[in-house]
Design a protein around this ligand. Structure first.
Ligand code: H79
Length: 510
């Protein structure tokens, strides 16, 4: 089996329905150069279907044994949440994209790999790390002001540096830096106080400073390990048993009722079903825990994790979460100013909600522990919109329509030769038991919003941004409805129309 197929397999996506990706910049996914099949959308090919099924797991995961009701209960808060904050923060915020005077291309947290930095040189960053500007209260308050319902922070990224007080390995923020504080503990306390969930990103497979840890290929690094320093060589199983798993145990045990989520990343073929089972045995001891589809070893986890794109049609029947950066890096890079507009970020959130997914939007604090101002500004603007319109996002079900998201081109192909998905940005829709929400991006020039296939009987209409909730006139004939809107949009980005329309009042199909 090719490495690429193995990656798809390990992400649990092989054989699922083909969907083509788009994002609000109109790029087909994954847009980043050199992604080389990693985290690609599932592609149904003869090759994929003819492959043998994944091997039996020595240990069944909780997802394999729980009832649908237990699963619904376990996933309830996450499905309600819709919007979370990803925090990528670590030693890489010191070089911030520059090494030996050279700007290093690519994502900032990959600098050690991309610039082939020797282990000893990278480890020498730790004594320089003293992020006294870090304030857990302010970051949690920022997430809340943005309307985010959970935070996922890097407890250890691929560089192997633990951002918490680890007894299992001393390359960590308490033992190896002058800072001598545990930011994860501080965040856990603040999240508890401010009523928001906390999850931990944990790079279980790649680890570039621990002997035996894996490395994905970049540049001219050589197979089979793609290491660039002898200090990285060792045994993967030993790495797991002496570092990754002991650290996972610490993370699960030492922070009270958190983590609510463990966010694994970049499984490699090293993570066999047997080795992954050792991790699953640990996870199974935390029956409320949610973990993603990136453990490896063929485990599907709880969530699909499209990275830097929004799937054209979501993942019907699966929980999913699009993670994205605001600029072009996860870890802080001083010179990356390519920030998406608040309009794009809000459209993405709405687009994702309309397809039944969550948006995990990243911030990359700098080496002082401070969130860049551009990110703060955008998050606050998103929060303002959500203050007014949040009920059209949180706890909603996907659209009853579907065609509004866009369509597959007759002529343009994506890079796999499949019809390209061209998103449309007129409106989106979300649903609740007694309401249909229409998030209008492009205000109709006619002053009338027309919907086909409105399969519920509408009993009232108003705009969320209208505090008086003035009833709007509408005319419904069968499943076709026209709503008379005011002359101008109430919000420059998205004005939300509410249609009172309950499931019970559904129009019988003619
Ligand atoms: O944590 C963030 C990324 O660091 C991590 N996942 C998100 C959430 C991630 N790791 N790997 N990848 C994403 C994709 C791998 C991309 C690669 Fe490359 C392509 C590795 C080598 C070629 C990008 C380009 C990174 C280095 C060069």
């Amino acid at each position: 089996m090719s490495t690429r197929r193995l990656f798809l397999r390990q992400l649990g996506t092989a054989g699922a329905a083909a969907v083509v990706a788009s994002n609000a910049r109109g790029l087909s996914a994954p847009a980043a150069a050199g992604l080389a099949g990693w985290n690609e959308q599932p592609i149904q090919t003869a090759e994929a279907t003819s492959e043998p099924m994944p091997p039996e797991h020595p240990v069944a995961a909780i997802q394999d044994t729980e009832t649908p009701e237990q699963r619904d209960a376990r996933m309830a808060w996450w499905r309600e949440a819709r919007f979370g904050m990803f925090i990528h923060w670590g030693l890489y915020s010191i070089p911030a994209g520059t090494w030996n005077g050279k700007q290093i291309p690519g994502i900032g947290e990959w600098i050690m790999n991309t610039a082939s930095i020797p282990v000893a040189d990278y480890k020498a960053l730790a004594p320089k790390f003293n992020p006294t500007g870090f304030n857990a209260h302010d970051i949690v308050a920022l997430a809340k002001a943005a309307g985010m319902k959970y935070i996922v922070i890097t407890s250890k990224h691929h560089d192997g540096f633990a951002m918490y007080d680890s007894k299992a390995n001393d390359f960590n923020i308490v033992a190896a830096t002058p800072f001598n504080r545990d930011p994860i503990k501080e965040l856990a306390e603040e999240c508890r106080n401010q009523g928001i969930k906390l999850g931990f990103y944990h790079s279980q497979d790649q680890d570039w400073t621990a002997p035996g840890g894996a490395a994905l290929k970049t540049g001219d690094h050589q197979p089979p390990t793609y290491h660039w320093d002898k200090a990285q060589d060792g045994n993967f199983q030993q790495y797991l048993e002496t570092k990754a798993i002991p650290q996972l145990k610490e993370l699960l045990a030492n922070y009270g009722d958190y983590p609510a989520v463990i966010w694994f990343d970049t499984p490699t073929p090293d993570m066999t079903p047997q080795l992954a089972s050792q991790i699953v045995s640990v996870l199974n001891q935390y029956p409320k825990l949610i973990w993603n589809n990136r453990l490896g070893g063929g485990y599907k986890g709880d969530t699909e994790t499209p990275e830097q794109f929004i799937p054209a049609q979501g993942y019907p029947g699966r929980d999913w979460e699009s993670c994205m950066t605001m600029n072009d890096t996860w870890g802080y890079k001083s010179y990356d100013k390519n920030f998406k507009s608040t309009e794009t970020l809000l459209r993405n959130l709405i687009d994702i909600a309309s397809k039944g997914g969550n948006y995990l939007l990243n911030v990359g604090p700098d080496s002082h522990g401070v969130v860049p101002l551009e990110e703060v500004v955008r998050l606050r603007q998103m929060g303002k919109w959500l203050d007014v319109n949040g009920e059209a996002i949180y706890g909603t079900q996907p659209t009853l329509f579907g065609a509004e998201a866009g369509s597959f081109s007759d002529t343009e192909k994506d890079k796999d030769g499949k019809p390209k998905f061209i998103p449309a940005w007129d409106w989106r829709s979300t649903t609740k038991a007694d309401k249909v929400y229409i998030q209008i991006f492009k205000w109709p020039a006619s002053g009338t919003l027309h919907l086909d296939k409105m399969t519920r009987k509408v009993t009232g209409a108003y705009l969320l941004a209208d505090s008086a909730r003035k009833p709007l006139k509408f005319n419904q004939t069968g499943d076709s409805i026209d709503v008379q809107l005011p002359a101008k949009a109430l919000d420059p980005i998205a004005t939300v129309l509410v249609l009172n329309a309950s499931k019970v009042g559904a129009i019988p199909p003619s």
